[in-house]
Ligand binder design. Structure first.
Ligand code: FEO
Length: 140
């Protein structure tokens, strides 16, 4: 009987930031990271990988923009520091994308672990800090 491999990254309910639209974007990011991992593991071609990596980069930018606009709208006091983290990650992932397209980067387990760990640590360590602030302003 064939067994189904566990996903590379598992969304946990404890990662919820308590804002439905944001949780759903975080879940989509988890699923794109899993898609990239599956493509890497099964040795898919460079064009397929580049395509998934491109989706991950553009969805990440769209998510950061949504989150920053929401925090800006409600006057979140730690927004500037939060934006610095987003910018660093966006620059890093865009750099992966550039190196991948130039053939100087192979998507390795190290790169995949970096993406997984960054997202998890950012949600748990930074995003979750705005939960009570946004709930205090009626955002769920
Ligand atoms: Fe959900 Fe701050 O990224």
């Amino acid at each position: 009987m064939a067994t189904v491999a566990a996903p590379f990254m598992n969304w946990q309910d404890s990662w919820s930031v308590g804002v439905r639209a944001i949780d759903s974007q975080h879940q989509k990011l988890v699923s794109l990271i899993n898609e990239l991992f599956d493509a890497m593991k099964s040795g898919r071609g460079g064009a397929v990988m580049a395509d998934i990596l491109g989706s991950l980069v553009s969805y990440t930018k769209a998510h950061f923009s949504t989150e920053e606009q929401l925090l800006q709208l409600h006057g979140y006091p730690d927004l500037a520091a939060h934006k610095v983290q987003h910018k660093k990650f966006t620059d890093q992932v865009s750099d992966f994308q550039r190196q991948f397209s130039e053939g100087t980067l192979t998507l390795s387990i190290d790169v995949m672990n970096f993406l997984k760990d960054w997202l998890k640590n950012h949600i748990l360590g930074t995003d979750k800090k705005y939960t009570s602030f946004l709930h205090g302003r009626g955002v769920q």
